[in-house]
Design a binder for this molecule. Structure first.
Ligand code: SF4
Length: 468
């Protein structure tokens, strides 16, 4: 599972889970959010609806912190949605999702994973027309558009709103008598449909279904709206599909036990990334290490392909508190030591390959290489199981502005020297596509942070200004 807080400078923005028509809806959403915790640790929340009455429990922190008194079990109602968030900046409790809105046609709760690329423009335009916003959240923009729609029925109003927005959204909308799941036409974020005890449910990742013993049915399609209500399930088209699924979900964000397509686990794909990396950039070494946890699958693949032993040379301390994780800059080196230890007996005197899944700023790789050198390795060859990240992401992943990306101002040789490695190689973009797709056809994948080809229009001035 990716450790977004410590090891990267990459942050996923949110996980969603929703269920319709189950006697233990709140409890199941609670467990679902547990499984999605890796997608956001900033806040957690659940909204349940019981005969038109909406009840919310939410707060800052991990799911276990927010629901420490079994509060989810007390949320009455047969339908519920939940959300875990990673946020840029400092979110306030008013921004913790799901957010509940009342408008002329009723009450709705919204939970969103993604980022709208035209939210700022829509917000400005609505403000000029007199709208008042209480949060910086994109879903408040969506709620305004729903409320201002000329349609009274929710499905039509939502379709109207989604016709105006652009960007990434895996969106759940809970109303008194229905649960609606929507995915943007690019299908940038994952959203899966399942069924438990006759009740339909939706989750950002299939690992949430495994925990509640739900049956996986299929993924929501790009540009699809799925409406679940008493009259069962309906699928509607909300936009012309133009698939561009986030390739970083495979590389780093999703849990290895999730399936992002119908039958291939993220672990299997990462293993292929490691094999492809070995084919492109082999090296002679005594052993292969993966940076835990998200790089282990790729390291296994790399080691297998070259018949080099895979070893547990780096160990993660899972019990480091968030205070340390968010510590001051000067304590970051100690933070890495707190978080990662080297098994000295394994690496001492050895030539090692350190496989990592991505390299964004280089600071973490530099610290880990130093830890390995301090433990007495003979040589460290760093292999990255993704291409160089050269462009920011505007679709909900906190890959920062150009300036913070090391490849925009250093050559690979300079990065190798900066991190103190004996050699450094990245997976190629073609290799990434081949490992994910099994062919050279990159159709349906977003590769924008590698090649700068964004699958939607981007207002660079506004977006970069917001990222700063
Ligand atoms: S730009 Fe990169 S991180 Fe963002 S959606 Fe595309 S592939 Fe994913």
């Amino acid at each position: 599972m990716p450790d977004v807080q410590l090891t990267k400078g990459l942050h996923e923005a949110c996980g969603v889970f929703g269920i319709y028509g189950h006697p233990h809806a709140g409890e199941l959403v609670y467990y679902g959010l547990h499984a999605l915790q890796h997608r956001g640790q900033e806040s957690a929340g659940i909204v349940a609806v019981d005969q038109g009455k909406f009840t919310t429990h939410k707060g800052m922190g991990l799911v276990t912190d927010v629901f420490r008194n079994g509060d989810a079990f007390d949320l009455s109602g047969e339908s519920a949605v939940g959300h875990v968030m990673y946020a840029n900046g400092s979110p306030t409790i008013t921004e913790v999702q799901p957010l509940v809105f009342k408008y002329r046609a009723g009450t709705i709760a919204l939970a969103h994973n993604g980022a709208l690329v035209n939210a700022a423009q829509i917000r400005r335009s609505l403000e000029l027309q007199g709208s008042i916003f209480q949060t910086n959240s994109d879903i408040e923009v969506i709620a305004h558009l729903i409320a201002r729609s000329p349609h009274d029925d929710l499905v039509s109003a939502l379709r109207h709103a989604l016709g105006v927005i652009e960007g990434s959204y895996a969106l759940l909308v809970l109303a008194e008598n229905k649960l609606i799941a929507c995915l943007d036409p690019q299908g940038l974020r994952p959203l899966a449909l399942g069924k438990v005890g006759g009740s339909y449910c939706f989750a950002s990742e299939t690992c949430a279904f495994d925990l509640i013993e739900a049956e996986y049915i299929r993924h929501v399609e790009p540009g699809e709206m799925v409406v679940v209500g008493q009259d069962q399930l309906r699928s509607l088209k909300i936009g012309e599909p133009s698939p561009a699924f986030c390739s970083f979900e495979y590389i780093y964000f999703a849990r290895p036990d999730s399936n992002l397509t119908s039958n291939t686990s993220v672990h299997q794909i990462r293993r292929k990334l490691g094999k492809q990396l070995a084919a492109e950039s082999p090296v002679e070494a005594d052993l292969v290490l993966g940076v835990p946890d998200s790089s282990l699958s790729a390291a296994i693949g790399y080691a297998e392909a070259l018949s080099i032993p895979f070893e547990m040379g780096l160990v993660k301390n899972r019990y480091v508190g968030r205070t340390f994780i968010q510590g001051k800059q000067e304590s970051r080196t100690r933070d890495v030591k707190l978080k990662l230890s080297v098994v000295r007996k394994v690496v001492e005197g050895k030539t090692v390959v350190m496989v990592d899944d991505s390299l964004i700023r280089g600071t973490t790789s530099r610290r880990i290489v130093r830890l390995l050198r301090d433990a007495g390795v003979k040589a460290v060859h760093v292999r990255i199981s993704s291409p160089p990240v050269a462009h920011p992401c505007f679709y909900g992943i906190d890959i920062s502005s150009h300036d913070e990306l090391i490849v925009t101002h250093k050559s690979v040789a300079e990065i190798q020297s900066y991190i103190g490695a004996d050699s450094l190689e990245f997976l190629t973009i073609d290799g990434l596509v081949r490992a994910i797709r099994g062919t050279n056809d990159n159709h349906g994948l977003c590769l924008a942070c590698f090649n700068g080809k964004y699958p939607t229009t981007i207002d660079f001035q506004t977006e970069e200004a917001q990222n700063e």
